[in-house]
Design a protein around this ligand. Sequence first.
Ligand code: FES
Ligand code: FE2
Length: 410
Amino acid sequence: MGTLSSPASKLGWDWERVPGLPRTHYLDNRMYTDEALFNDEKEKIFKAQWKFACHESEVPEPGGYRVINVADTAVAIIRGADNILRAFLNICPHRGAKLLRDVQGTIKGDRTTCFYHHWTFTTAGQCTTIPLPQGYSNEEINADNVHLKAVNLESLHGLVFVNLSSSPSQTLKDFLGSAMEQIEAPLSDLEVFHYHRVVVKANWKLFVETNCEGYHELLHLLNRTTALSQPSYLQRKWLLHPNGHHTFQPANIAYNKLKLGDRGTDTLNGMTPNMHVVTDLFPDVMINVRSTVVRIDSLIPVEPGLTILECRGLGPKSDTETQRRARVKQHNQVWGPMGRNLPEDIWAIETQWANMTAHEYPYSLVAREDNDQATDDSPVRSFYAKWQELTGVSSFDIHAPFKNGVAHEQ
Ligand code: FES
Ligand SMILES: [Fe+2]
């Protein structure tokens, strides 16, 4: 029998060389897999910027708390007896045990006690009791002197953000700028009615990318049928805001084309029937409003190839039982764990990740120029402009020198 062979000859596309593009239009795939860069991202992006924490409705009553993870740091959002929201490291100042051990709960009587040696704190972070205090000969160690470490917290339109920097360079309002304008009205008076987490075997940035380019709508049966099938849909524009945030202009979605019913009643404030808007906040938040429901996705990067995606569904606090039932159904049609789009997005990026780790595919293209319309890659490029500014790393070559905020060719 003769041998079968297939020479690895070039078929026209040179995998090793970028085809004459501006350096903003392709990405060095080592940015997804590089361990040191991943650790840098945690320090320079997730800990140094405003990071979405939760929605105010998750901590509705005095004493309520929610523990979140920001770049491996446990942060407790606590509503004080005075109804003020505060954030603290969820770390006991005595010997570092976890103070609040549930993800969410209520502190009764304005006092919480560390389970290890029973130091006790108020919801405002002040220590009230150190058992057997006579054992401390150093007089600085007394309850009056001890408090939990405060973390910067600000909230806007019901969204709670924290910033682990000791001196944030901007207020939350300045950081978000005009990016929230389009969703201020629909975000009013909401509460979280749905929460789930997904373990994604992919780098966190791959999920961000899928949320800020409309070209991938081709992946989704729902989007092909109810959006792209409309002749005007491709004219839908992205608006780029400072700091790497983007908004996707309103469009009407033809849910009936997929027999999903009309979304003509109980629309949220500022929304018209079947209207859809998207707001992406740097670095990791997507707020997706489909006329009657809001979805907020955010990310917890765990390892270069492991990310926890948090998905929240929100509707008006004032809903009757019947209204809420309809809203939950509409939410789940698209976004629930058994919905259509989320598994498709994750499927796509997990296949990307698997191939990135083989290091045989050096560059990804973000080169589409469609006049900022739906399929333009400009939102991805704008995300990486901010990413470069914060990490000091060139997105087209992670080993290229980066000086004075500008990347240089090797
Ligand atoms: S570690 Fe909390 S009281 Fe000792
Ligand atoms: Fe998608």
